[in-house]
Design a protein around this ligand. Structure first.
Ligand SMILES: Cc1cc2nc3c(=O)[nH]c(=O)nc-3n(C[C@H](O)[C@H](O)[C@H](O)COP(=O)(O)OP(=O)(O)OC[C@H]3O[C@@H](n4cnc5c(N)ncnc54)[C@H](O)[C@@H]3O)c2cc1C
Length: 304
């Protein structure tokens, strides 16, 4: 029996674990991946807006977090797959067969990149589909590329790719892009970039490497193929809440609804960070929410 089980070791989960240690709580952190850090591991730009630390990228900030938790007395299990959770009973069944029990649970499972679910999306990862223009654009220098998505991230990546690629075609579903005007103005004046609104990429095609995308344009009768050698997908984020769906209150995006103390609709089950904060997902927000949840749990357990 643990006092607290924290699911997810991104900034939120690590902050909660740090505070649970300080409050003397018996704490276990479960992380699905081999490494802790969550989305920080996908941040390739400098992180300048987290007060108290400047880092050349998210990985470097993650290293600072790890450094500051390495002497703490909590258990961290990585590469853990959860089979099922009974939030009311505070019981967690792992795929390995192990059953865990705690007094409180903190859900810190964050977000994952949205997926198109189209043929070619997984097969060409690293073979024409790139993860980030900041990190990978040299791979696509001199090549024709397609960026899929209509928000800030898609626009920003298209602009970065246009610095090294002869043509960048940005394909998005909506009639208007959701990106900030500052970005859309630059897109429309950049001669390398073509924007296809009301359009959907149906397939990513190639043999060994990406060779083309199949696009369905609004109003057109038939889809057509456009030759490209690179693809970057930025279609938003989805909360990692599938494994608790049906047990607690979620909003219409699937994010967990919490009160001011980060508690969910189930007593002693807390949710922190992006998974409970769809409007303002930030490192600072996740770290702060982790501290709040841990302190509330600490105070309750002291009164028992
Ligand atoms: C490109 C990019 C740039 C960004 N730049 C900034 C910035 O400059 N400033 C800023 O404040 N924020 C920035 N952010 C956002 C910031 O990274 C997030 O707000 C922050 O990481 C949220 O932390 P979190 O702990 O809530 O979730 P996450 O970082 O998403 O971590 C969640 C963790 O939970 C794990 N997990 C998920 N499901 C399970 C499960 N079932 N079992 C076990 N483990 C699970 C995941 O593997 C992950 O490790 C950026 C994000 C990106 C992608």
């Amino acid at each position: 029996m643990h006092d607290v089980i924290i699911i997810g070791a991104g900034p939120g989960g690590l902050s909660a674990a740090r505070w649970c240690d300080e409050l003397g709580l018996d704490t276990l952190v479960l992380e699905r991946h081999t490494e802790v850090g969550g989305q920080l591991l996908s941040v390739y730009n400098p992180v300048e807006n987290y007060l108290g630390a400047r880092a050349e990228n998210g990985g470097a900030l993650r290293d600072l977090f790890v450094e500051q938790t390495k002497d703490c007395d909590f258990d961290l299990w990585t590469q853990v797959e959860i089979e099922s959770v009974d939030l009311k009973a505070k019981r967690i069944q792992l795929q390995s067969g192990e059953e865990l029990q705690s007094i409180a649970i903190i859900l810190a499972t964050g977000l994952r990149r949205g997926r198109l679910g189209i043929p070619g999306e997984t097969g060409f990862q690293g073979r024409g589909i790139i993860e980030s223009a900041t990190r990978d654009r040299d791979q696509l220098a001199g090549k024709d590329v397609c960026v899929i998505g209509g928000g800030d991230a898609a626009a920003e990546n298209a602009l970065l790719l246009a610095e090294v690629c002869p043509t960048v075609t940005l394909v998005h579903r909506g009639r208007k892009m959701r990106a900030r005007r500052e970005f859309t103005e630059q897109l429309h004046t950049n001669r390398c970039i073509t924007v296809f609104p009301e359009s959907i990429v149906r397939r990513i095609i190639g043999s060994d490497l990406v060779e083309a995308v199949e696009i369905e344009r609004g109003g057109a009768i038939k889809p057509f193929q456009m030759a490209v050698q690179g693809v970057l997908i930025r279609i938003g984020w989805e909360p990692n809440t599938d494994f608790v769906r049906g047990q607690l209150e979620l909003d219409d995006r699937g994010c967990i609804i919490v009160g001011s103390q980060q508690e969910t609709s189930i007593g002693n089950v807390f949710a922190i960070g992006d998974v409970a904060n769809p409007l303002a997902p930030t490192i600072a927000g996740a770290v702060g929410a982790g501290a709040t949840a841990a302190k509330v749990i600490g105070a309750r357990l002291q009164q028992r």
